[in-house]
Design a protein around this ligand. Structure first.
Ligand SMILES: Cc1ncc(COP(=O)(O)O)c(C=O)c1O
Length: 371
């Protein structure tokens, strides 16, 4: 069992937060930096909160290497709202189409939402193979349609546990990436993106804030017909204070950025730690094929969500129960997929993954006769 009576929490989201971040929030809770009130109780226009907002924005810029060509916005409505905001903002003429790469549950939902009201094309789908594989970037390039205004994809499919290893970029057309479950987990080349966004509750903070990083030239030149809150330009013009932002969540994102920059040492280091954690689990799965079988094609395995199955539902239930008893919690796979999903985002310490690896080995030893 880890310190502080806290379990090793493998939740897919809202997920664990780094312990130093929680401790700092706890320590600053009653009197936030001399305000005489908590961060929850002060105006979003107060100098103390504006400092937090500026610091969170700078932290994201620094981690992603995003210069002034990009806006960093803090929005609400989760990643789901982006499924609508992307086409509403980026399809600016009647002839524009959104191109969608559908690799799993989340990109499927994004495409469905966009297709309800907008001109879209699904240029690739992995549904037939159970969303266990990803397309090759060069193959995708040839599928982009002439009238595409953007190509939309999901860098890490949280439910299936498959992840693009590279930033996707397309000649002429900007890429729009839902990075909800691998944001800030590795360095990216931000200049390859037209827009990248993430809800915070996996790698970047708590639920309640969605971070959008968008190239300024993609903001509509004038306010178009879309409702005010849904227009990126309104948020950009108002410095993310178009309405009351989720102040506490923005504060937590700032603390996570500071932790990544100062404690971890940046995204290269974070990526290395994440690679090592994931390799431990995949090696265990591959080493015990009688007990564990991975969902993702090996070349497309996610470093964030490790998905695998056991030979029967009885063994799966036993695995979950015994793991839980040992302080390894929230390992059940998504209800649509079943099996096991170990979400090992930035905040999961290597000791948590080692504890799971040891548990998987001993579970195999104890149950290898009952397969
Ligand atoms: C890749 C991805 N996109 C979108 C979402 C939806 O996010 P939200 O619940 O914040 O709307 C999730 C949530 O798990 C996700 O993992």
């Amino acid at each position: 069992m880890p310190n502080h009576d806290r379990t090793f929490n493998f939740s897919a989201g809202p997920a664990g937060l780094p312990l130093p971040v929680l401790e700092q929030a706890q320590q600053e809770m009653l009197n936030f930096r001399g305000c005489g009130a908590s961060i929850l109780e002060i105006s979003h226009r107060s100098p103390a909160f504006i400092d937090v907002l500026d610091s969170a924005r700078d932290g994201i810029r620094q981690l992603l290497g995003a210069n002034d060509d990009f806006e960093v916005l803090f929005l609400q409505g989760g990643s789901r709202l982006q499924f609508s905001m992307v086409p509403l903002n980026l399809l600016q003429s009647d002839t524009d189409r959104g191109n969608y790469v559908v690799t799993g549950t989340w990109s499927e939902k994004a495409h469905q939402e966009a297709a309800n009201c907008h001109a879209t094309d699904m240029i690739w789908s992995g549904k037939e193979n159970g969303y266990s594989e990803l397309p090759d970037q060069t193959d995708l390039q040839s599928l982009v349609t002439n009238d595409a205004a953007y190509v939309y994809y999901t860098s890490n499919e949280t439910i299936q546990g498959i992840q693009f290893q590279d930033d996707l970029s397309f000649a002429v057309v900007p890429s729009v990436c839902d990075a909800s479950s691998d944001f800030l987990s590795r360095p990216i080349d931000i200049n390859k993106y037209g827009m990248i966004y993430a809800c915070a509750q996996k790698n970047a903070g708590p639920a309640g804030v969605t971070i959008v990083v968008i190239r300024k030239d993609l903001l509509s030149p004038t306010l178009n017909e879309c409702p005010g809150y849904l227009n990126y330009r309104n948020h950009a013009d108002a410095n993310s204070l178009y309405n009351t932002p989720p102040t506490f969540a923005v504060y937590m994102v700032d603390l996570v950025c500071q932790w990544l920059l100062n404690d971890i040492g940046g995204l290269e280091q974070m990526h290395q730690i994440n690679r090592e954690k994931a390799e431990l689990l995949y090696a265990t799965i591959d080493g015990l094929p009688d007990m564990y079988s991975g969902h993702a094609a090996p070349a497309n395995r996610s470093l964030m969500n490790v998905t695998f199955r056991l030979p029967s539902q009885e063994l799966t239930d036993l695995f979950l129960k015994q793991a839980n008893d040992q302080g390894l919690t929230s390992l059940q796979g998504h209800r649509s997929v079943g099996g096991i999903r170990a979400s090992i985002y930035n905040s999961m310490p290597p000791e948590g993954v080692l504890a799971l690896r040891d548990f998987m080995n001993s579970f195999y030893t104890q149950n290898s006769n009952s397969r």
